[in-house]
Design a protein around this ligand. Structure first.
Ligand code: ADP
Length: 330
């Protein structure tokens, strides 16, 4: 598909270049022939007493005109070849980002469909098995519905992740921003995640200080919630999580630290990619996630012109650091 688009674009580039070159050659041809014939007329006046010399000049004029035509044809052929190569190269460069985007979309659709297929297949199999059984009693039916509900919840969670990802996907999006306090953002996120942490007896220590920045309150709450959610998910029972803030001359710095399973050095470069899950997390059940949280987090940070990084030691824990400019200017 992209090869034919590239060829078509090359042809268009070439057509434009050749039209310009053709018009330019016509103008050159016209002005040169006018110049030569003006010179001829002056010569004719000078050689009036010798008509044979005038005929000679006319011959020279025709030869000169032919040479101009041959030169212009050769120059235009050269332009055609050189600009053909250049146009093909430029067309490739023009289409490259579009090709990358289409590839990226294709991969995304394939990954999303794959993730949706897993709970759907599980539901379908359970329903088929139940229907095949002769004596399905109310207890079995309830257990089937219970299991189906779990799968539906997973699909709902996946579609929520996909919608959120879509919301923050476009790097050109400008989030509505205002003066906000990062401490309030963290308080709100901690409040939301605390019930989940309590189920694992995990304590969350909020060591954040009042830190005014320019940003989007709702999306930053989502960002901290995602990091806290992971911290809880990948921490052991009775563990603790620390959220702190600090400042450097240009940025506000937020650190979400846990003392959980940690991340292997080999996984770190990929964890912000869509649908990437480290093996240790993959081996857990799918209800734990889809590998979309950190890529949403990264998109939110990017939209705030900030940076996100992680330092982690397997078996000891991870610390996610988010740097956000104190004054966001688009
Ligand atoms: P998931 O839904 O799998 O948690 P994320 O995009 O949020 O997806 O994270 C990607 C992967 O990064 C996770 O599968 C996990 O392997 C790793 N990860 C993220 N946060 C942590 C953490 N706090 N501790 C250990 N591993 C983590």
């Amino acid at each position: 598909m992209f090869t034919s688009a590239r060829l078509k674009l090359t042809a268009w580039y070439l057509l434009i270049i050749m039209i310009i070159s053709g018009l330019f050659s016509l103008a050159v041809y016209r002005s040169l022939t006018l110049e030569i014939s003006r010179g001829m007329r002056q010569q004719a006046l000078r050689y009036m007493p010798f008509p044979s010399l005038i005929e000679l000049d006319e011959e020279i004029f025709f030869q000169a005109r032919r040479r101009v035509i041959v030169d212009l044809v050769m120059i235009n052929s050269g332009i055609l070849v050189i600009s053909g190569i250049a146009a093909y190269f430029l067309a490739g460069r023009t289409l490259q980002p579009i090709e990358n985007m289409v590839e990226d979309q294709k991969r995304f659709i394939a990954d999303a469909s794959h993730e949706l297929r897993t709970p759907l297949t599980a539901m379908k199999t359970e329903i088929e098995v139940a229907l095949r059984g002769k004596n399905l009693d109310i207890k079995d039916a309830k257990s089937l519905l219970h299991s189906n509900l779990e799968e539906v919840n997973k699909m709902q969670s996946l579609s929520n992740y996909l919608l959120t990802l879509n919301r923050y996907q476009d790097s050109q999006t400008r989030l509505p921003t205002e003066k906000i306090d990062l401490h309030e953002v963290i308080v709100k996120a901690v409040e939301g995640i605390r019930p989940l942490a309590t189920t694992k007896h995990i304590s969350i220590e909020d060591q954040s200080k009042i830190t005014p920045i320019t940003g989007n309150f709702v999306s930053l709450v989502e960002l901290i919630t995602l990091l806290l959610d992971n911290a809880v998910k990948y921490s052991h029972l009775n563990s603790r999580i620390i959220v702190s803030t600090s400042k450097d001359p240009r940025n506000a710095v937020i650190v979400v630290q846990d003392f959980g399973i940690g991340i292997k050095a080999g996984d770190i470069p990929y964890i912000f990619n869509r649908f990437y899950r480290a093996d240790s997390s993959r081996s857990k059940s799918h209800e734990d996630g889809y590998g979309l949280g950190l890529s949403i987090a990264k998109n939110i940070v990017n939209l705030h012109r900030g940076q996100i990084s992680v330092s982690s030691t397997p078996g000891e824990g991870s610390a996610f650091t988010v740097k956000l400019p104190l004054h966001l200017t688009y």
